[in-house]
Design a protein around this ligand. Structure first.
Ligand SMILES: Nc1ccn([C@@H]2O[C@H](COP(=O)(O)OP(=O)(O)OP(=O)(O)O)[C@@H](O)[C@H]2O)c(=O)n1
Ligand SMILES: C[C@](O)(CO)[C@H](O)COP(=O)(O)O
Length: 227
């Protein structure tokens, strides 16, 4: 059974936690911006037929990226929240495709992890996400920063991206969850809202999301080790 696989890249954020003077996806990471690294990984994967990028309506940087002219690329306008940007990408996805939704801010993704996630569909037929088991003891705090209790960590995971679902099912469930006012911070939470139990595929620890200023040096170190 051949299924078309598209990548959807929410890239419409402003990166406020990064405290930079430009959106974080355009901060230089070695020789090119963060988003360029992310796009290179997805555009070069042989099973990905389209890369749909959701941009901020005020984006003034994307057109200058060499990747902007790639024949596999499709541009859509993102929305107020990440989920809205993903939904805009899903509107442009072929109806019978499967979507790999991947944060622009995760530039250290590898083909190895993409291959593992795509292959997981034989086991997780309703979709799966890359994730990392929690390694530290996990504490829950009160509003004053004091420990309330320790959370059992054996079954806790860090959700990563890509997150891999049938485009039509994800679009339907994401729209319904948002219409119902559900808090949706990743694609799996929309599928969970609809009663699906997505699979968890162990991903690389270096597939970090560049969120705070010190994440940039870490991402640079990870990519330099690849080279
Ligand atoms: N309205 C939004 C908000 C976020 N994103 C994208 O979703 C990804 C993960 O979100 P996050 O790391 O939170 O990025 P920002 O929202 O830009 O960061 P911040 O929350 O610090 O402003 C990023 O690639 C970001 O560009 C998006 O496409 N549309
Ligand atoms: C999708 C995600 O990267 C999974 O961990 C995360 O939920 C994004 O959160 P953000 O606050 O939008 O960065």
């Amino acid at each position: 059974m051949h299924t078309e696989i598209v990548a959807i890249v929410p890239a419409a954020g402003i990166g406020s936690r990064m405290k930079a003077d430009i959106p974080k996806q355009y901060l230089m990471l070695g020789e090119q911006p963060i988003l360029a690294h992310t796009l290179d990984c997805l555009l070069s994967h042989p099973q990905i037929t389209q890369v749909i990028v959701a941009l901020n309506p005020q984006d003034e940087f994307f057109a200058d990226l060499p990747q902007a002219r790639h024949p596999k690329l499709v541009i859509v306008i993102g929305g107020a929240e990440r989920a809205d940007s993903v939904l805009a990408g899903l509107q442009a996805a072929p109806a019978d495709s499967w979507a790999l939704v991947h944060d622009a801010a995760r530039p250290c993704l590898t083909h190895q992890d993409i291959d593992a996630l795509i292959a997981s569909r034989t086991e997780f037929t309703q979709g799966a996400i890359l994730a990392m088991p929690v390694r530290d003891t996990m504490k829950r705090s009160d509003a004053n920063g004091r420990i309330v209790d320790t959370v059992e960590r054996e079954l806790l995971w860090h959700a990563l991206t890509p997150q891999y679902f049938a485009s039509a099912e994800l679009k339907l469930n994401l729209q319904a969850a948002l219409d119902a006012g559900a808090k949706i911070t990743d694609e799996a939470s929309a599928m969970e809202w609809a009663g699906v139990n997505p699979g968890l595929v162990v991903g690389r620890a270096d597939n970090i999301k560049v969120t705070h200023p010190d994440d940039l040096a870490l991402a640079k170190l990870f990519l330099s080790h690849r080279a």
